[in-house]
Design a binder for this molecule. Structure first.
Ligand code: PLP
Length: 369
């Protein structure tokens, strides 16, 4: 009986670090530094250095970091923020939480990312910002996006929730926008023991205001300068993330090696493989292939004990929660087709060569039937 190949195996990542992680958690418990605390503050410094940005602010999720990134733009009701419909819903939530309207622009067929050629026609006098998502770990084509935003006076917020360590023309994601957010949800490239997120920015004034907004709108205890939130990172998460951050570059290299191997092994199959743009060094949070018979292939892999997943089957413009935006099928055809065809294969640093080979071999069997 062959062993199942899981879609994601967090136990395999944690097990070799177990002593270090336990010691970090014990330290937090000994100090009772449960909310923020010294380990979280140290992690913020370390993560800022990892990103190559001056400031990193720890949050209790990527969604709350993104919410605060939107609040920093001082959006007014009716303001518009351009983004992709082909992403996790959270990208749009933040825009909605801040009282603005998400305006969708379709993606590029090859990269699944916001198509810069379609942005300009979506800009109106109410447009305030663009939120590119570095989906699956591959950077969006930032230079044309940044140029359009400069020309129109728009802010840029990078949603780098899936892309820790990815590079665009040699520049780290998170360094190009006015601010950027990361998620430390357990399945992301750097995952907490629960929820977590960060906002990074070069702007000292935004760093200060983000710290206030995440902590009840106050810089002095029980004095509230504006309506704030309880979005603090927990001490245990900061401590765990501080340990794991030291291994992140190695993990990303392992993901890149696995992606290269999939490329070699799957090149001769009918699958459309994830294209890596010349400007991009992907961090490969996900390895997403495409095929019109996606549902059958998914069932076949699962019947052969290989985990896989869908990211994302239904683009946001067709979700019930955004029906009020008035979209219909066909409005963003590239996203809709990607939603029908995408299939995420197992990719995590501890996935072995022989497991990658077995996934590829099973896919070849599917097409040979
Ligand atoms: C995971 C994710 C988020 C939200 O992060 P959470 O930590 O889960 O709140 C935002 N955007 C994208 C693209 C994501 O994948």
């Amino acid at each position: 009986m062959t062993q199942p190949i899981p879609y994601l195996n967090l136990k395999a990542q944690i097990q070799p670090l177990r002593e270090e992680l336990d010691a970090a958690i014990r330290r937090v418990v000994d100090q009772c530094s449960f909310c923020l605390g010294p380990d979280t503050l140290q992690f913020e410094k370390d993560f800022a250095r990892f990103c190559g940005v001056e400031h990193a602010v720890g949050f209790n999720s990527g969604t709350s970091a993104l919410h605060v990134a939107m609040l920093l733009l001082d959006l007014k009701p009716g303001d518009e923020v351009i983004t992709t419909p082909y992403t996790f819903a959270s990208t749009s939530w933040a825009i909605s939480y801040a009282g603005a309207r998400p305006v969708y622009v379709d993606i590029e067929e090859a990269t699944f990312n916001l198509d810069p050629r379609k942005i300009e026609s979506a800009i109106t006098p109410r447009t305030r910002a663009v939120v590119p998502v570095h989906l699956y770990g591959q950077p969006a084509d930032m230079d044309p996006i940044l140029e359009i935003c400069r020309n129109h006076g728009l802010a840029v917020v990078e949603d780098a929730a899936q892309a820790h360590g990815a590079r665009y023309k040699g520049k780290g994601v998170g360094t190009m926008g006015d601010s950027s957010i990361f998620s430390f949800y357990p399945g992301k490239n750097l995952g907490a023991f629960g929820e977590g997120g960060a906002l990074v920015t070069r702007r000292a004034d935004w760093d200060k205001r983000a710290r206030s907004l995440r902590e009840h709108g106050s810089t002095v205890r029980y004095h509230h300068d504006e309506i704030g939130y309880n979005y603090r990172m927990e001490g245990i998460q900061g401590a765990v993330l501080g340990v794991k951050l030291r291994y992140l570059s190695g993990w990303i290299q392992a993901r890149q090696r696995i992606a290269r191997r999939y490329h070699e092994l799957l090149a001769s199959t009918p699958l459309q493989l994830p294209a890596q743009a010349a400007y991009a060094e992907s961090a490969w949070n996900l390895y997403v292939v495409r095929h019109p018979r996606r549902d059958e292939l998914k069932a076949f892999l699962e019947a052969n004990q290989i985990g896989c997943a869908l990211h994302y089957p239904l683009p946001l413009h067709l979700q019930k929660c955004y029906a009020f935006l008035g979209h219909k099928p066909g409005d963003f055809p590239v996203s809709e087709k990607a939603g029908r065809e995408c299939l995420s294969l197992p990719i995590f640093p501890e996935l072995t060569d022989s497991e990658v080979e077995r996934v590829a071999e099973t896919i070849r069997q599917f097409f040979a039937r």
